[in-house]
Design a protein around this ligand. Structure first.
Ligand SMILES: Nc1ncnc2c1ncn2[C@@H]1O[C@H](COP(=O)(O)OP(=O)(O)OP(=O)(O)O)[C@@H](O)[C@H]1O
Ligand SMILES: [Mg+2]
Length: 440
């Protein structure tokens, strides 16, 4: 028991029996609830099962350096004890690499000098499962994948400043269907890459022109020129070769964690990193969806705000990755700085803002780290925070690293101090680079 001493001139009254309506003691022990002093546990899937939340997804908000990524690390390590496996879908700064190495796992590195390739239009486990499925399941799964691919391709086009039309989307969908071979009644699916799609658009055959109801080839080419060129630029741009060839990496589904280190892509610019995150996000959510080995999987999308800055379609892509997910045993974690990351893509009241708000609704658990007053005002509005909760974010949470308000849907937020073990601190020290340069 802790012993406290204070004079009555300082303390007006003491009530020792404070209890916070805590979360059930199941899952990752994160730290302590500073109101009651009791341990705080997190297990989003249990929260859904017990009616505390409607979905197991989590979103983390906070200023840089407040401890967002460290919290994700603590969460994933502690969930590992329950057999939960993690996929870090894009580690922009290479921060998770020492952690993975500490676990005896070699992360997948994308970028200069690495032979790893990831086809953005990978069929993943769909290809091997296909033949064993009844027709209805085949149709359903294919519709899901095609929807995801079209969303991805239009997001990649928008990243280059072109806003795809409904016609573009319809043609992309038709082209993708042909390329995978289902229209021909194939019993197996054929691999597709972005260059395949681009070639079909740049050099359509008569059947495609007719199927997409263009008067002639000329009209097809003229109408689809912008989207064709946008896809062409992806093949020749700064990410050339990385996401437009057959996948060469194999995820080890039995490993407790896997990570895709993107730190070598940083010299190629913010835009390239954001495009890479978009491709990875779409791929990860598809492959984890289809991995029905009964394991709970955590998909971490740290720095997802970089992707959202690409525009409305990129926000839409994240939204559909969450929405289309039909795997019950998957927890997606999005890490952002502020709510305006997704909202900055449009003016107030616009369709963009509506989508961004929907996105927040797809994440029942909100972990709110310290924020400036202005940002906290936005958060308070978007997440319907009480005045007290808002004060916690601008005051209490700013006083120490690792303090956050954990808010599960509309229940009152818990003020939680995350406690890191010395090992966790050593393996995930994002300030290591700064420290190393300190003069002796
Ligand atoms: N609970 C904690 N206790 C002590 N130190 C912590 C805690 N949480 C984080 N830190 C330290 O604070 C530093 C920054 O943490 P972290 O990288 O997790 O922040 P972040 O919010 O993800 O930042 P960014 O937005 O820049 O990615 C790290 O060096 C980490 O070791
Ligand atoms: Mg971070």
């Amino acid at each position: 028991m802790a012993v406290y001493q204070a004079a009555t001139s300082e303390i007006g009254g003491l009530f020792p029996l404070i209890s916070a309506a805590g979360t059930p003691a199941i899952g990752a022990r994160i730290g302590y609830d500073t109101l009651s002093g009791g341990a705080f546990y997190a297990h989003p899937i249990e929260w859904v099962l017990r009616g505390l939340a409607t979905n197991p997804n989590m979103v983390v908000f906070g200023e840089p350096g407040r401890g967002k990524s460290s919290t994700v690390v603590a969460f994933l390590l502690r969930m590992m004890l329950f057999g939960v496996k993690t996929l870090i879908s894009g580690d922009v700064k290479g921060e998770y690499t020492p952690l993975l190495r500490g676990l005896g796992i070699t992360p997948i590195t994308l970028g200069s000098g690495s032979p790893a390739r990831l086809n953005a239009l990978d069929l993943g486990p769909l290809r091997t499962r296909w033949a064993g499925w009844p027709l209805a399941r085949q149709r359903e799964e294919l519709a899901g994948v095609l929807g995801r691919w079209v969303t991805l391709l239009v997001a990649l086009a928008e990243a280059q400043g072109y806003r795809a039309t409904v016609t573009d989307e319809a043609v992309l969908s038709a082209v993708l269907r042909r390329l995978v071979g289902v229209d021909d009644g194939y019993t197996h699916l054929l691999p597709v890459t972005i260059p395949h799609v681009q070639r079909q658009l740049a050099d359509p055959d008569d059947a495609l022109v007719a199927a997409t109801r263009f008067a002639d080839r000329r009209q097809f080419l003229d109408t689809l020129r912008p989207i064709t060129d946008a896809l062409g630029n992806l093949i020749t741009g700064p990410l050339a070769g990385l996401f437009d060839q057959e996948t060469t990496i194999a995820l080890d589904w039995d490993a407790p964690a896997q990570s895709m280190d993107l730190s070598r892509l940083r010299p190629r610019g913010d835009q390239a990193v954001a495009v890479a995150l978009t491709c990875l996000g779409s791929w990860s959510s598809m492959v984890t969806d289809l991995q029905d080995d009964g394991e709970i999987r955590l998909v971490v999308r740290d720095e997802v705000w970089r992707q959202m800055r690409l525009g409305l379609r990129a926000v839409h892509a994240v939204d559909s990755d969450l929405r289309l997910s039909r795997a019950d045993r998957k927890i997606q974690v999005l890490v952002m700085h502020k709510p305006s990351d997704p909202l900055s893509v449009g003016a107030a009241g616009s369709q963009e803002v509506a989508i961004a708000k929907d996105l927040l609704a797809l994440c029942s658990t909100r972990i709110l780290f310290g924020q400036s007053t202005r940002v906290a005002d936005d958060l308070a509005e978007d997440l319907a925070l009480s005045e007290r909760e808002q004060d916690s974010i601008t005051g209490w949470a700013m006083d120490r690293t690792g303090r956050a308000l954990w808010k599960i849907e509309n229940t009152t937020g818990h003020r939680v101090q995350i406690v890191l073990s010395p090992t966790e601190r050593r393996l995930f020290d994002t300030n290591a680079a700064l420290r190393a340069r300190k003069p002796r």
